[in-house]
Design a protein around this ligand. Structure first.
Ligand code: C2E
Ligand code: CA
Ligand code: CA
Ligand code: CA
Length: 275
């Protein structure tokens, strides 16, 4: 609806008040969502481009709200970061995913998203260590996905935490590569093991010369730094063929598998039965 002149205030204030109420109720519900069992984790396969085999899964959080239905993570994660409830939520995700991965017959990797708030919270490295001990998951099977925006808050502290986690044998991936504003210096300054190139760079890579040039440059950067590159958001076989031709290491996207309950992927997590 359009607002004109003096009508604006009369119209705007109730709307704003309703938005604030709505936001407060979401904040409140988020604080109780773990104990109420409203979260579940879906898994999306990550594939080696050359062999076409599944090498791991990314854990993605889903919130089923009793009245609102499915609330997307791009909406509730930022709210939970602002209120701090991400700490309990993120701990729950880490415990659940490590326990799940430890139960697989195949020693595949599990990639877990870590928020800036978690990374900067006191005791995060200790939490990771404790969860690995309790679940008996081999540290080499855990990969933490961190966006570079998570590093800027307190880079010195972030670096110290990442070094301690890396010393346990856990891997660190730079998530959403290319969407931040200082990706190159962050790659040099922090102990990353992998580059996850954001899905905006894969779209139409097979037909768009500029997109292809950027993708080739990132792959060259990965080779130069000795870091494997995973391309996110692969939706078409032409995009996958491009990645194969350019020797991209890994890929993830709807073409290769949508995020789903781990039960959908048992053929990947179980050893093949005797011949
Ligand atoms: P992200 O870490 O970059 O995760 C990838 C997102 O891309 C996921 O969205 C995934 O479902 C989606 N995706 C995967 N393949 C394709 C594709 O081929 N095409 C398109 N268009 N999209 C694809 P999702 O699950 O909605 O998650 C959104 C974001 O929410 C994540 O982005 C991540 O930043 C955050 N998030 C999700 N789970 C967690 C979590 O447990 N902890 C934290 N801190 N953040 C999380
Ligand atoms: Ca991620
Ligand atoms: Ca990403
Ligand atoms: Ca993202």
């Amino acid at each position: 609806a359009k607002n004109h002149g003096r009508g604006v205030h009369r119209f705007f204030e109730p709307v704003l008040a309703a938005q604030i109420r709505d936001r407060r109720s979401l904040e409140h519900d988020l604080r109780h969502a773990v104990e109420r069992g409203e979260f579940r984790i879906v898994y999306q396969p990550q594939m080696a481009v050359d062999s076409g085999t599944v090498v791991g899964f990314e854990a993605l959080l889903r919130w089923q709200h009793p009245e609102r239905g499915a609330v997307p993570p791009d909406l509730f994660i930022p709210i939970s970061e602002e209120t701090g409830s991400i700490l309990g939520i993120g701990e729950w995700v880490l415990r659940e995913t490590c326990r799940e991965a430890a139960s697989w017959e195949k020693p595949l990797r599990i990639a877990v998203n870590v928020s800036a708030v978690q990374l900067h919270a006191p005791g995060f490295a200790e939490l990771v260590h404790e969860v690995l001990v309790v679940t008996d998951l081999s540290p080499a099977r855990l990969e933490l996905e961190i966006t570079e925006t998570a590093l800027v808050r307190d880079p010195v502290r972030a670096l110290a935490t990442l070094r301690r986690i890396k010393a346990m044998g856990v891997r660190i991936a730079m998530d959403d590569f290319g969407t931040g504003y200082s990706s190159l210096s962050n790659l040099r300054a922090f102990p990353f093991d992998k580059i996850k190139i954001d899905r905006s760079f894969i779209r139409a890579v097979d037909v768009n010369r500029e997109t292809a040039a950027i993708m080739r440059a990132v792959l060259g950067l990965g080779r130069g730094l000795g870091l494997p590159v995973l391309a996110e958001g692969v939706e078409t076989s032409a995009e996958l063929a491009f990645l194969g031709a350019e020797n991209c290491h890994e890929a993830q996207g709807y073409l290769l598998g949508r995020p789903g309950p781990i039960a959908h992927f048992v053929e990947h997590t179980r050893e093949a039965q005797g011949a």
